[in-house]
Design a protein around this ligand. Sequence first.
Ligand code: BEZ
Length: 398
Amino acid sequence: MHNKSRITRRDALKLAGAGAAVAAFPFARPAIAQGAPLKVGLLLPYSGTFAALGDAITNAMDLYVKQQGGKLGGRTIQWVKVDDESKPERAVENTSKLVEGEKVDVLIGTVHSGVAMAMAKIAREAGLPTLIPNAGANALTRSQCAKNIFRTSFGNSQPGVAAGKAMIDAGIKTAVTYTWGYAAGEESVEGFKQSFLAGGGKILKEVRLPFPNVEFQAGLAEIASLKPQAVYSFYAGGGALKYMKDYAAAGLNKSVQLWGPGFLTDGVEKAAGEAGNGVKTASHYVDTLDNAENKKFRADYNAAFKKFPDVYAVQGWDTTHLLDIGLKAVGGDVSKKDDLFKAMRNAKFNSPRGPFRLSASQNPIHNFYLRELKNGENVFVKVAATDVSDPTTGCSLA
Ligand code: BEZ
């Protein structure tokens, strides 16, 4: 990785202590000499059930920067990585290591919605340029939006709304929801319910499992006895893989269609093998999208990492692309915050996912695609919705 440093546990303890002293003066950071490296803090999961997601995001960001000669906006990029372990209870300590301990110039994080909510509170108070490359917590770009916070991924409800409508279009009338019971699962289901109920669908039961529990058997037995036409589930990473395997092992894949947001299959489609066949998902990305950016990105990523990128990598790529646009506008001087944020807010570019721009609350407006997993590949079925924007409810950036 380019010019990286990783904070050890011992450093972390020292920095958390230093952070406590700095917390009272969140704006007291040293002036940045032009030409000095730009310190970019990466708060991402590098262990636990979402580790592969953090790696994919990091790989793509590093690839982007390398393709720009190691610099964005004329500044050499220095990554500083902290493993957040997808643990909300450690989010304040981990964010503080980067914001107050390392005094990063830009913060990028994270994957887990609960961790992101705590991270964003600190970032908002510090006014630090912050980009969210995955976590979909709706509030981040609704009531908790901020001028300095940009999301390049999605809002949790977005794929749910697209999937619920696609299920109605497919003639499904009854469903059970089975998800991790934290913000991402709850809000994904909320989005699904919105369109599924509006289309006349009936929900027989909402079943939850605490994150990151992967003991799916009891819920699967309940689904078998309720006999819905379909199940809507939010799981991701290692948990999603085990879920698809357990679902098939219970024989449910023969009688009850499994649907979800793209995260259910992304990054684990090959490992799922036959167990994943027929799983239908709605996502803002499909591997086979026929656009020049996607073709080049997939070829370059494969050349660099000997594997093909997934949706998480695409989000990482778009994160550095957006940051690049902002940094170019201010010649790498992040103290020119108004101009930096304005350039990022108004950015429009062609992403591997298709056209990308931001809403008034700085969340992506993008297309949603319906996919079906067949023999280890998420196969494009149709465009489910174009130019989808999450509501900006409760957000005012004026
Ligand atoms: C979330 O916690 O927001 C999340 C985690 C993994 C995939 C998608 C969303």
